[in-house]
Design a protein around this ligand. Sequence first.
Ligand SMILES: Nc1ncnc2c1ncn2[C@@H]1O[C@H](COP(=O)(O)OP(=O)(O)OP(=O)(O)O)[C@@H](O)[C@H]1O
Ligand SMILES: [Mg+2]
Length: 330
Amino acid sequence: MIDKRGVTANIGAPRVRLTLAYAGLLFLLLAAFSVIVYGLLSTVVWQDVEPFRDDPAMLAAAHHMLKNYIVRLAIANAAGLVLVVAVSAFLAKITLRPLEQAIALQRQFTNDASHDLRTPLAVIRTETSVALADCGSLPEEYCERIQIIDEQAQRMQRLIDQLITLSHLDADSALDREPTDLRAVVNGVLRDLQPLAAARRMELNLGRAESAVVMGDELKLSQLVGNLVDNAIKHGKEATAIDVSVWQQRDTAFVAVRDAGDGIAASDFERIFQRYQSSNGALHNGVGAVHGLGLPLCRWIARAHGGEVTVSSALGRGSTFTVRLPAMLT
Ligand SMILES: Nc1ncnc2c1ncn2[C@@H]1O[C@H](COP(=O)(O)OP(=O)(O)OP(=O)(O)O)[C@@H](O)[C@H]1O
Ligand SMILES: [Mg+2]
């Protein structure tokens, strides 16, 4: 079933812009038509007045008549403007309808496919966990392979979660807010991603670890912090440290993720927050695919909480991603 509510929410702004564009065009046509009508009327009036050119009373009457025409045309244009807006809104609606349906179907497909992929992946992860728990009785080489399967399955699970969240975000889904301590969120993320960091011989360090409570959606905030740490692992340099800090300063809660990777060029700072984009120097380090979904999702989640996520980076020296969210004052 097509989610009409979501589609409307998503396409709302383009529809307004298209309505304004149509209205502007139609109104220009209306105004041009009025100018032509006025030109024709004034030609006719001055032709009629021509034989009485020397009669001031006739000239005054002609001027008065033309002034009347201008007023009437202005009133007609004002009434026409209302009609023009109504017609434009209708035209914009029928123009965008096929697009709305295509977007809705695409979103539905992403959502359904992602949900369908979750179950087999969960089975794979259960099986690998059981096998890993039994590692002592298996040859070391097998154990390493199972470990790799488990890590990649975990990465795939995160990607699927990301796709599901994105398809919900497009539908403007509401946040499930409750008081959430970002320190607990950070701790959970570091625990979950420890194996991925270990696979790249990276150290995950918790630096400043202060309580910072926000009114937020814990699951989405975990995704936000998780994506930043995942990026630091995936795009950072092997065998380096990643520092994560969480703190609160007055009415703002902060989470900062700092890596010692190759860094990001300042010209890419904005681009990496767009969907399906990556920075030039950070592609394919063999650890995972570059999808370009993580940071757009981070930005959406931060903004939905009334905050922002920003990056500062120096090429060759690493990057720091900082999340700022309105904190609950205790
Ligand atoms: N810590 C980082 N260091 C260097 N480059 C980074 C870092 N974080 C992000 N990037 C760059 O920004 C791009 C976009 O990141 P984003 O998280 O959106 O996508 P991704 O990591 O490529 O894929 P995924 O959708 O699986 O997260 C990355 O491809 C990478 O080029
Ligand atoms: Mg990412």
